[in-house]
Design a protein around this ligand. Structure first.
Ligand code: G3I
Length: 358
């Protein structure tokens, strides 16, 4: 729709200009009407959904932030609002206030909502980390949480990161509370519980580090392939892709293409490209760095655009602008990982994304 209206407006403007010029030759009167030409946006240009992880506090309080999300993206993920500690703070208490706000915002503005995340070893409330119980009690806790959350958002959240970051850097199962209490098969059961609660939801295994090299990547791909072969209802792989400007194109391409070779849907689910991975406290943003970042964004988008269309679930950046990126605060360093700067303006990286589908 947006593409058609952009093209229509351009054609209309050009034909009116032509008409007006011809007329001016004859009569030399009547000013040419200037019609607005719709601006290019990510959501209107990219041939797959383009999303961002959204911070609900900023969505509520900052109109520049909110307007940018409305304008540029057609898919959103809650940065934190759907995590276990946010929605299920005590054993018998659910709090969907922020998540509801995000879902209502998405509905009012025609955006898809991707759910993040049903099972993770982080962002657990104290009542879970302190929970005492038998294996059956833990299983019940896992199942109850997943089914309560998925049922609540049935028909509103189209897809879920069911299990997040269950594999460690060395390719072994991460020694999380879930592995300790339930053993490795909790992963498959988490998918089954989610599927029971909403058979229409698309279910993803989400992790980072596919682009680090073969060790973690192969372990993740073996996990999802074995789930698929066992008939577990898994629809896709989330490649977080918190990457850096120095990452090699070969590693980035392997991450995307080998995941796609599974036949599952691929979501680049948390994309950002750090410019200061070495934590240089004195580093400043320069146009040269911005250009390098643009080239890397372009490569990722171009590679993604070449996988089969039916597998392109979309690309989501983790956060919206350099001002709200998790990276500077998490690593205590200056950094500029996103396509928008702290003043909500488009960086070279923005053009890099567009160039990836030219
Ligand atoms: O809400 C509390 C607030 O009440 C308190 O005053 C404040 C003090 O530190 O903490 C607030 O919670 C923080 C929360 O973000 C909201 O800002 C947590 O400490 C902090 O740990 C949390 O960090 C989030 C992190 O996940 C852990 O959940 C980041 O914002 C978020 O960007 C990050 O996202 C993860 C993905 O979920 C999974 N993949 C990696 C990605 C980046 O780490």
């Amino acid at each position: 729709m947006k593409k058609v209206s952009t093209v229509t407006k351009i054609i209309l403007s050009v034909s009116l200009l032509t008409f007006s010029c011809a007329k001016n030759k004859a009569t030399s009167i009547e000013p040419t009407p200037i019609l607005p030409i719709a601006e290019t946006t990510l959501q209107a240009t990219l041939p797959f959904p383009m999303g961002a992880a959204v911070n609900v506090s900023l969505l509520k309080s900052n109109s520049n932030y909110r307007n940018l999300v409305v304008k540029e993206f057609n898919s959103i993920t809650a940065e934190n609002a759907m995590k276990f500690a946010s929605v299920h703070p005590s054993k018998d208490v659910y709090n969907f206030a922020d998540a509801d706000y995000l879902v209502d915002f998405a509905k009012a503005n025609g955006k898809r909502v991707h759910g993040h995340t049903l099972n993770w070893y982080k962002s657990l409330p104290d009542w879970v980390t302190n929970f005492q119980g038998t294996t059956a009690d833990w299983e019940n806790l896992l199942k109850t949480h997943i089914q309560a959350v998925v049922s609540y958002f049935k028909g509103k959240v189209v897809s879920w990161d069911v299990v997040n970051e269950a594999i460690d850097e060395d390719g072994t199962m991460r020694n999380s509370i879930w592995l300790q209490k339930l053993g490795a098969d909790y992963i498959g059961r988490a998918f089954q519980y989610a599927h029971e609660a909403d058979p229409d939801a698309l279910l993803f295994y989400n992790d980072y580090g596919h682009e680090f090299g073969p060790t973690k990547r192969i372990a993740i791909l073996n996990l999802v392939t074995s789930l698929k072969n066992k008939g577990i209802p898994i629809d896709g792989i989330g490649l977080q892709m918190h990457t850096r400007v120095t990452q090699s194109d070969a590693n980035l391409a392997s991450a995307i293409n080998l995941a796609a070779a599974t036949g599952l849907k691929i979501h680049i689910s948390e994309l950002d490209i750090a410019l200061n991975p070495d934590n240089n406290q004195a580093l400043t943003y320069t146009s040269a760095l911005g250009e390098q970042q643009a080239v890397k964004y372009k490569f990722i988008v171009k590679t993604y655009n070449a996988i089969p269309k039916s597998q392109q679930f979309g690309i989501t950046t983790w956060n919206v602008t350099d001002a709200d990126s998790w990276i500077p605060s998490n690593y205590n360093r200056p950094d500029w990982p996103l396509p928008f700067d702290a003043q909500y303006q488009r960086k070279a990286a923005y053009q890099g994304i567009l160039d990836g589908v030219k």
